[in-house]
Design a protein around this ligand. Structure first.
Ligand code: GRF
Length: 230
């Protein structure tokens, strides 16, 4: 049975676009992005419109938490959503939603969690903290969502090198390119697992060949068991 994914976003929606490109253009995929929820007018909603995907604007300011939870659950149930993917959603998801979708709700974060995560760690703040700390490796993490920010168990991680001349912007761009590859793959693994298909083996990282490389998509697919090695 094909699964229906809801994506929550607050901003540019480039990860949303990567998920649409992966799932909605490939009819053989076991899932589709079927709903986009945003807390404000943003580029992500425009991307939903362009792709002909149902969208729902649910503002969180000035509304009681219970009301927000009910409105969110109603939107998810109305669209018969099986899996929830947060992609640049800047609000805490109501506990009732987390509870209803436990094990089927995930997020992407632009660092190797548990490093550089938690409340207030979003957007360029993450990359600024990475540069301040002087670490040589950062990355992207897809993880289950629970009631605390960035604390759910990781599903997939991928390392990204930090270079001495990086600014928060150059680093963010390098990590984002990896996010666009990692998120669809991690979600595809989750969907397969939920559909009761044979679990895929855990990846072996084949890290960065050349210093300015990000991993080739083919290499990442192979590492995560989505493709046979040559
Ligand atoms: C990404 O870096 C994601 O990891 C973080 O917020 C950013 C969203 O970017 N949670 P976009 O809206 O998908 O372009």
């Amino acid at each position: 049975m094909s699964m229906r994914i809801a994506v929550f976003a607050s901003g540019g929606g480039s990860n949303l676009q990567a998920l649409i490109n992966w799932f909605n253009r490939d009819r053989a995929a076991g899932a589709r992005v079927a709903l986009v929820i945003a807390d404000r007018e943003c580029r992500a909603l425009e991307r939903a419109d362009r792709a002909g995907i149902e969208r729902s604007l649910i503002p969180v300011r000035g509304i009681e938490p219970e009301e927000l939870a009910l409105a969110t659950l109603a939107a998810l149930e109305g669209a018969a959503i099986d899996v929830v993917a947060l992609a640049g959603y800047l609000r805490l998801v109501p506990a009732a939603v987390v509870d209803r979708y436990r094990g089927r709700i995930v997020n992407i974060h632009p660092s190797l969690l548990p490093a550089f995560g938690g409340p207030g760690m979003y957007g360029s703040r993450v990359h600024e903290a990475v540069l301040r700390a002087g670490v040589r490796v950062t990355g992207a993490t897809v993880h289950y969502v629970d009631e605390a920010y960035d604390e759910g168990r990781p599903i997939a991680q991928w390392p990204v090198p930090v270079f001495p001349d990086d600014s928060p912007e150059t680093l963010a761009a390098r990590v984002l390119r990896v996010e666009h590859q990692l998120y669809p793959i991690a979600l595809e693994r989750l969907v397969r697992e939920l559909q009761g298909q044979e679990p895929l083996p855990q990846p072996e990282f084949k890290f960065v060949a050349a210093p300015h490389d990000v991993p080739a998509l083919e290499g990442m697919r192979t590492a995560f068991g989505l493709q046979e090695e040559e």
